[in-house]
Design a protein around this ligand. Structure first.
Ligand SMILES: Cc1cc2nc3c(=O)[nH]c(=O)nc-3n(C[C@H](O)[C@H](O)[C@H](O)COP(=O)(O)O)c2cc1C
Length: 330
């Protein structure tokens, strides 16, 4: 199977990168590989599979991120992912959750590279999709490069060819998930060393890439960038990166609003609250004049209560053309 082009990816983000968010990202970038929120094996084994896995065909290329550490369950969930039409299965070895009672997921798996390798092998045996891994550089006070080098070598031996490296440690005790995305220092040089040591693997860097201009320097040394918070808070960066990296004509924000209006019309007819869609779009006019008006209109409880997709067009009018409608929401 031809591997995906991972030059530009959006990160898996719990509560953020749901199907509406990914559809929105897709309107901004044709080529970015978009990642689901982490879905735990428990949620798929015991929960509502359709609710967790359904997505819109327009989202391709789209990867399903799984959380878990039981090889049999992960293999089952990878198979479900393939049946639902995902393009890649990604295993989360980077989430700073503490070990839970039954099994474990996330960054604590970095301490057990052979277990991760066994899980990867089971998933690869269960599906024809590429199986990739997202991980950190180390856990807690382990700072040595050799730790991540050994992790990647062991997991690669099980057939994983693509690694997403969040370029900092995970601190399993004492730091909140949010602090874990900010406090441990970024060490991009480790990621570059991984690429140098494993030239045949695809190494994608993640963490702290927060401007358009920060993307390209990474691409001269690595296979791709994965954008998390910047894609969410300033999503137009995706459109600009799409233009720079793939030569696609830059789509104006207003055209993206048109697409999302059409999408929202369909979705609302089928029972989705408008709020579930527009909450991901608050950053579309980030840095533009009247960005505040856009945000305010799309998060106004009474306007959202009407559940009218036309709110998107009204908010665009107020944001792009200013005064009269602006006065109405001031
Ligand atoms: C709200 C939020 C939820 C996240 N959920 C996940 C997740 O489900 N799986 C995962 O691997 N990483 C998760 N992350 C981490 C991101 O994928 C990414 O590694 C991190 O934000 C660093 O990248 P950035 O600096 O570009 O944001 C989450 C991050 C945020 C902000």
């Amino acid at each position: 199977m031809t591997p995906l082009d991972h030059r530009l990816c959006t990160a898996p983000m719990m509560d953020w990168s749901d199907r509406h968010c990914r559809y929105f990202f897709r309107q901004l970038s044709r080529h970015a590989v978009v990642y689901t929120e982490m879905v735990t094996t428990g949620a798929l084994v015991h929960g509502d599979v359709e609710r967790h896995l359904r997505f819109d065909a327009a989202e391709h290329p789209v990867a399903l991120q799984l959380g878990g550490s039981d090889a049999t369950d992960l293999a089952h969930c990878a198979r479900l992912g393939e049946q639902y039409g995902y393009d890649e299965i990604n295993l989360n070895c980077g989430c700073p959750s503490e070990r839970v009672q039954h099994g474990a997921f996330g960054a604590c798996l970095m301490a057990e590279p052979q277990l991760v390798a066994d899980c990867v092998k089971a998933m690869r045996d269960a599906t024809s999709l590429p199986v990739t891994v997202k991980h950190r550089l180390g856990i807690d006070s382990i700072e040595a490069y050799e730790f991540v080098q050994e992790f990647v070598a062991t997991v690669a031996a099980a057939g994983c060819e693509t690694f997403f490296v969040h370029a900092r440690n995970a601190v399993l005790k004492g730091l909140s998930p949010k602090d874990n995305r900010e406090i441990p220092p970024l060490k991009y040089d480790y990621v570059v060393r991984l690429k140098r040591d494993f030239p045949r693997l695809r190494i994608i860097v993640n963490g702290g890439i927060d401007t358009l201009d920060a993307i390209e320097p990474h691409l001269s040394q690595l296979d791709g960038v994965m954008l998390g918070r910047v894609a969410y808070h300033d999503p137009y960066v995706l459109a600009q990166a799409e233009m720079r990296l793939f030569g696609t004509a830059l789509r104006p924000r207003s055209a993206i609003v048109d697409d999302m209006f059409a999408y929202a019309n369909d979705q609302v007819k089928n029972g989705t609250p408008l709020r579930a869609i527009v909450r991901h779009m608050l950053g579309l006019y980030h840095g533009q004049p009247n960005a505040r008006v856009w945000r305010r209109m799309l998060s106004d409880a009474s306007m959202l209560a009407a559940n009218r997709p036309g709110l998107l067009l009204d908010a665009r009018e107020a944001t792009e053309n200013g005064a009269p409608v602006l006065a109405a929401v001031a």
